[in-house]
Design a protein around this ligand. Structure first.
Ligand code: PMT
Length: 417
């Protein structure tokens, strides 16, 4: 079983300067490594007053670089090698002093020298007292760094170590990790020129003008897929059941209510679809008839039988089409997850199926996290429990790999519009 993490193979140079937020860098390093990154640490001498090099060495698994003129560097990684090694230089926390020295282009210690020498993108995460952040000099310095193409991540607002409340907090660890993942997604543009249609959320099957049958799908998994796929360069159409979620930027959202409407909207997208992902929890059945007026409680009748008829199987129809796109289904199961998922993969003619065990509390329906086991006809991939955006990224990486193994991708056959 293969496991792919969003930052697998990515090399991140974490530059720590001397601010109180430096204490968060041990956690930040661990979370980046959890996502598959190789992290190396450079510390200024002031940073070492806030967190020990030993701690950072232990969490990163590498010796700390802190000296421009380190004689050991020759046998290990000198500053030029380190500058070339990184895929991304992340300066967190970046103090007002570090930002000023970057703006001036100083090479007065290892970290600023590396920033001058690196050909890689640099992300700056400012962290300082709010007055220092708002000072004209700092504001000007930051805008110059941004004009030079550095990424400015933060700061956040809130209570500060000094007791002030305002802008100047280093972004939370989860936000920085998410920014790093997004950065590589955008850079990679794996799905450039690829049209992806995603269904999301529940369907509502009307009984009468005020009632419907539905399920607990929140749409979060499908919307996370849409957001990440767009960031990976795809043209994304999101066919969404009724959910109050904000549409991800640059995603074309088509709102539907019932399975029949979702079916119609999905078929309408077929001609412009390279990859179809069925993440919606579609009602298998709908009431046979929709009462034109609100149904009334019948005096003396304690039992009520509702006649249901089968809804079309949307993804199966898409996957049977003569011009079928690459098809990825989901399977929401409460038992024998692998058995039912494999059955659906075959029966619905899918290329991949992402199975979630929705009997486990805290994942699947209406939760912030999910875990998936992804089946193809010959492989199994495991995506462990994480926030839905991280899961979405990992699933899309698997889809990308599998899609490219086939001849259906536009780069291979020029079939895309
Ligand atoms: O929306 P969230 O709260 O974030 O929760 C996410 C989720 C649990 C809904 C999602 O991860 C998920 O599992 N979605 C599929 C749910 C489902 O309906 O599974 P299923 O096993 O019943 O359906 C199998 C596949 O067939 C799915 O791809 C489904 O979209 C598709 N289907 C099902 C019935 C139907 N009539 N038409 C379909 O296209």
């Amino acid at each position: 079983m293969s496991v792919i993490y969003p930052l697998t193979g990515k090399k991140i140079l974490l530059g720590i300067s001397g601010g109180i937020a430096a204490y968060k860098c041990a956690e930040l390093t661990r979370r980046l490594k959890d996502q598959g990154a190789d992290v190396r640490i450079v510390m200024t001498s002031a940073a070492k007053e806030f967190i020990t090099p030993l701690t950072m060495q232990a969490v990163s698994g590498h010796a700390i670089a802190d000296d421009l003129l380190d004689p050991r560097a020759k046998s290990g990684m000198g500053h030029i090698e380190l500058a070339k090694w990184a895929d991304l230089v992340l300066l967190a926390p970046a103090t007002a002093n570090l930002i000023a020295r970057l703006r001036a282009g100083l090479a007065d210690e290892l970290l600023t020298t590396l920033c001058l020498a690196t050909p890689s993108p640099i992300a700056v995460s400012p962290a300082m007292n709010m007055e220092m952040y708002q000072a004209a000099a700092t504001q000007e310095n930051i805008s110059v760094l941004a004009q030079r193409g550095m990424l400015i991540w933060g700061p956040g607002k809130g209570p500060q170590a000094c007791g002030d409340i305002g802008p100047g907090r280093m972004l939370e660890t989860s936000e920085l990790v998410s920014n790093v993942v997004d950065f590589f997604n955008i850079q990679q543009s794996l799905f450039a020129n690829v049209n992806i249609t995603i269904t999301a959320g529940p369907t509502q099957e009307a009984l009468d003008p005020v009632r419907y049958i539905s399920n607990y799908s929140s749409g979060k998994m499908g919307f996370a897929l849409a957001e990440v796929a767009q960031k990976m360069g795809a043209n994304v159409s999101l066919i969404s059941g009724p959910v109050p979620l904000q549409t991800p930027a640059h995603v074309n959202r088509i709102n539907v209510k019932s399975a029949l409407e979702m079916h119609q909207a999905s078929l309408a997208k077929l001609a412009y679809c390279d990859i179809f992902i069925g993440c919606a929890a579609v009602a298998d059945y709908r009431p046979e008839a929709v009462a034109p007026q609100k149904m009334k409680k019948q005096q003396g009748i304690d039992n009520f039988t509702l006649k249901l008829v089968k809804n079309p199987d949307i993804i199966a129809h898409v996957a049977m089409d003569i011009n079928r796109p690459f098809c990825v289904g989901f399977a929401a199961e409460t038992e024998d997850v692998a058995g039912y998922a494999r059955d659906k993969l075959k029966r619905k003619n899918l290329d991949l199926i992402a199975a979630n065990n929705v009997a486990i509390v805290g994942q699947g329906f209406n939760s912030e996290q999910n875990a998936l086991t992804v089946f193809s006809a010959s492989d199994i991939f495991d995506i462990s429990l994480a926030d839905k955006k991280t899961v979405a990224y990992q699933l899309l990486e698997i889809i990308y790999q599998q899609y490219n193994l086939l001849d259906t991708c536009p780069q291979n056959n020029g079939s895309s519009q």
